[in-house]
Design a protein around this ligand. Sequence first.
Ligand code: SAH
Length: 214
Amino acid sequence: MKDTFKHKGMRQQLVDSIREHGGIKDEAVLSALNKVPRHLFMDSSFIDHAYVDKAFPIAADQTISQPYTVAFQTELLDVKSGDKILEVGTGSGYQCAVLIELGAKVYSIERQQELFKKTSKFLPKIGYRAKKLVFGDGYKGLPEEAPFDGIIVTAGAPFVPTPLLSQLKVGGRLVIPVGDDVQTMTLFIRKGPKEFEKQEFGKFRFVPLLEDKN
Ligand code: SAH
């Protein structure tokens, strides 16, 4: 569980390239990315892949999102320290760690039991404490903890689940990639009890947000 000078140097280069070529402007987001040792979130044989700007396989046929995508979604979420954030799709826990670095109180849901168990053990081991990691179906959100300042979905959603919109505070933001094979990054801002503003960004490719097996 080491974070060496070599890792730090490679990470700095990656962050610089996301700033320069990716057009990410939020320095708080870039600095959070620079703090999280992404190589520790991957199986050790893949460590050399940790600091290239690519998604990568983790356990249970899932992926750790591409660093640029994590930066892009996190920038759209516009996290302030102390914000209550719900993440759908805990996966490796990498995005969760980035949110914790930004001072967010993170609730995260994962439907794959294997990943849920692995990540629940791993995150505290390297010092990242989420408020709550939940094994369950992200389509339903987390009504018992709602409302949230922000909700981030890290899998491709075929449609926008209504519970996620209704679990936002007024002023809150939902960042969700919407689509089947290719997704459009979509931001909803809750303007009032029944009023949402919708903005669309570029195309991305995520593993699918799966509906409950039960
Ligand atoms: N945020 C993760 C990305 C993981 S990929 C990271 O930083 O590594 C997306 C994750 O969403 C996968 O782990 C997948 O199992 C999970 N997922 C898919 N459908 C889901 C659902 N309905 N509810 C919760 N999680 C889901």
